[in-house]
Write a protein that binds this ligand. Sequence first.
Ligand SMILES: Cc1ncc(COP(=O)(O)O)c(CN[C@](O)(C(=O)O)[C@@H](O)C(=O)O)c1O
Length: 401
Amino acid sequence: VSRFEGVPMAPPDPILGVSEAFKADKNDLKLNLGVGAYRTEELQPYVLNVVKKAEKLMLEKGDNKEYLPIEGLAAFNKATAELLLGADNPVIKQGLVATIQSLSGTGSLRLAAAFIQRYFPEAKVIISSPTWGNHKNIFNDARVPWSEYRYYDPKTVGLDFEGMIADIEAAPEGSFVLLHGCAHNPTGIDPTPEQWEKIADVIQEKKHMPFFDVAYQGFASGSLDEDAFSVRLFVKRGMEVFVAQSYSKNLGLYSERIGAINVVCSAPDIADRVKSQLKRLARPMYSNPPIHGARIVANVVGDPTMFGEWKQEMEEMAGRIKNVRQKLYDSLSAKDQSGKDWSFILRQIGMFSYTGLNKAQSDNMTDKWHVYMTKDGRISLAGLSLAKCDYLADAIIDSFH
Ligand SMILES: Cc1ncc(COP(=O)(O)O)c(CN[C@](O)(C(=O)O)[C@@H](O)C(=O)O)c1O
C-alpha cells in the first residue's frame, strides 16, 4: 500500500481553478472573467511592446545566467523602490528602505509573512473583508494568525469606512494591517485621499504596522504616481511600512514572477538588519530570484524612452478597462427594466468589478451563459471586450433576477 494513501485531493484554487474550467469548456460563447489577467479587445493575452523592446536589447547584450544575490538584481531593487516611493523620496537617500526582489507579489507577501512569524510571533495580521483569496492561504501557511476588518458594504456597494476604522481601532496594539495600495481586489473600491488620512491616523494611534499589497501600481488609474498615493502618504508621516510589489499586471510580466518586498525603517542600521534577516529567510525558501523579469524592469525604467513608452501603454490598458466599464454600465442600464442602480460599476477602479452576484447566481453565469468568474461575484473586466458587453449584460440580468 502506498505511503500517500492519506493524501486527499485538494480543491481547485478559487481563482486559478476558474481558468482551468474555462479551458475545458468547448462552447465558443465562453468568456473568462476569472483570473485578473489583461486581455486585448480581441480577448488575447498582451505582451507590452516595451517588454519586447527590452528583451531584444537584452538578447543583443548577451547577459550571462549567473546566480543573482539572495536579495536580487541591484538595478531592479533600486528601480522598484524609486517607482514605489518616488526617486527623490528622502527615505531612499537616507538608506531607510530594505528591498528584496522576490517571486512576484505572492512570493513577496509570503517572505514578509515568514519574517512576521519569526520576529513578531505574538502579532496578528488583519485583512479586509473581502480580500484577495490567496491572502488567507499565505498567512495560514506561514503560521501567522489573521482576522478580518470590515471593508465592503453590500447595502451601498461601497466602502464600510466606519466599520473599517472601528475594526482597525479594536485590533490589538501592534497588529499588522494589510492594505491594498490601489485597485482593491476583489471589490474595486478604494478609500478616498481623506479616508486614507484617517486610516493612517488610527494606525499611528494604535502603533499598528501598515502592510501594503501593491499589485496594480499604474494599472488602476494609468498613473504610477497616483496609484502610489496611499503608500507615499504613510511614508511621508515617518511610519515604518511593509510594501509588497508585483509587475504581473502593470508590465504584463505575470509568469516572469517579478516583484519585491520593501520595508521602510526608521534608521539605516535597522534597514540593514531587516534586509539581512529577509535574506536569511529567502535563502532556504528559494535561494535567489529569477533574473529575466528583473532585467526587463531595470531596462525599461532605466531608459527614459522606454519608461515613457511603458507609461503610455499602461494608460492604454487602464483606458481600455475604463471603456469596458462604461459600455457594460450602458448595456445594463439600457437592458434592465428593474430600475436597479448599476452605477457601482463606474465607481469601482482597477481590473475588477464586484457585482454582488451570490454563489448560486455566479454558478448560473457559468452553467447557463458560459461566463467564468470567481464565486464571490467578482468579474475581471480585463478579460472583457466592448463587443461582449451586451452578452455579459444579458447574463448578469438573467442571473440577478
Ligand atoms: C491584491 C493582489 N496581491 C497579489 C497578487 C499576486 O500576483 P502575483 O503573485 O502574480 O504578483 C494579486 C494577483 N491576483 C490575481 O490577479 C487575481 O486575483 O485574479 C491573480 O493573478 C491571482 O494570482 O489570483 C492580487 O490581486
